[in-house]
Design a protein around this ligand. Structure first.
Ligand code: PEP
Ligand code: MG
Length: 352
């Protein structure tokens, strides 16, 4: 009986997979005609093929730090250039958002291994590390700029907290451009630069970042961690990791609103974007761009095709002004998100 049950489940899963595969070429539009952009998250250049296979409209997040991890020597400019170029060429002109290295905390470089506090999520990680190591950062920026002539590149800065971090990164980018110009290397004229909103301080001042940058990307994995003070690598508190906590939802909604007000594109690229049950909620907040693991993309698309944002938007707006958790949970249930614990534990497992 157990074996029959298993076979039946496998048959249903294969059937679902087959039906979803048909959606790869279908336009991603809601019932009321809103176009929604579905992008892929990748960690290795080879994974760009998976993104193309599921019909992603681009790469919303290439976590470039994976080129740097688990090795003794950092990749030089040439090696990085080849990796970025490979992704840009695979995507054939579709936008490719490459995030500058996000190391520290759970992703440690050999050079950081002996530094006290390097594993702290509140330490010198992500953009803080890059700005503290300008020589290393310049190598990456030159590699990115050189690759820019091979496709549609966008650069993304991780874990911003202070607007001056954007200014400092822009100065280094200009310096990298100049260095390449003096070497006679061609570089694309305009390369959009965006920032990750994944710290509550950045979400609460999203307007400033939206005005300084070309686009925003909301990193819900870290936004949940920092808002709820839950170390995302600590299994003992994983059950408290709740991406549907009202505080988190409000910060996401606030960021989307700030970006829209500044007429700048905004995307969610944390694991939340790949959770199909949460898609109606994010659509109701006004989000029109999602970036996720390629394996999640078609399932999310099947959900987007079903919804009508004219109904969702007032529902979500009413829900977000509620103060008690119970009302918010009921609002989520109306959106079909009643299995909250399953959703949360799924994302809580990220990077654990
Ligand atoms: C995030 O924090 O949501 C994110 C996309 O970045 P990472 O998971 O790589 O920290
Ligand atoms: Mg992050």
């Amino acid at each position: 009986v157990l074996l029959d049950d298993y076979r039946e489940r496998r048959r249903l899963a294969a059937e679902e997979e087959r039906l979803l595969a048909r959606l790869a070429d279908v336009d991603c539009v809601t019932q009321d005609g809103c176009a929604v952009t579905l992008l892929a998250n990748i960690e290795r250049p080879e994974e760009a093929e998976d993104a193309m296979h599921v019909g992603a409209e681009g790469i919303g997040l290439f976590r470039s730090e994976f080129l740097f991890l688990n090795r003794c020597q950092l990749p030089d400019e040439e090696e990085q250039y080849r990796a970025y170029r490979q992704v840009l060429e695979t995507l054939q002109g579709r936008p490719v958002t490459i995030r500058t290295i996000d190391v520290g905390a759970d992703k440690i470089l050999p050079a950081q291994a002996l530094i006290p506090g390097a594993t702290s999520a509140l330490g010198r990680r992500a953009i803080r590390y890059s700005l503290a190591e300008p020589e290393m950062f310049l190598v990456q920026l030159r590699a990115l700029l050189r690759a820019s002539v091979h496709g549609n590149l966008q650069i993304l800065l991780p874990m911003l907290t202070q607007p001056h971090e954007v200014d400092e990164a822009m100065l280094l980018l200009a310096q990298a451009r100049q260095e390449l110009a003096s070497r006679g290397e061609p570089v694309a004229e305009h390369i959009p630069v965006g920032g990750m909103i994944e710290v509550p301080a950045a979400a609460l001042s999203a307007g400033i970042f939206a005005s300084k940058l070309d686009f925003l990307a909301i990193g819900t994995n870290d936004l949940v961690q920092y808002t709820l003070a839950i170390d995302r690598t600590d299994q003992r508190i994983a059950h408290l990791y709740d991406e549907l906590h009202p505080a988190v939802l409000r910060l996401i909604a606030l960021t989307i609103r700030a970006a829209r007000k500044a007429s700048k594109p905004v995307c969610v690229c944390g694991e939340m974007a790949g959770e199909h049950r949460v898609a109606p909620l994010l659509l109701g907040m006004g989000l029109r761009s999602f970036s996720m693991l390629p394996s999640r993309l078609l399932r999310v698309k099947s959900e987007v095709l079903k919804v009508d944002t004219r109904q969702l938007t007032p529902l979500v707006r009413r829900m977000l002004v509620q103060d008690d958790l119970g009302s918010i949970r009921r609002g989520l249930a109306c959106l079909g998100i009643d299995d909250v614990s399953a959703v949360s534990s799924l994302s809580g497992a990220v990077n654990a």
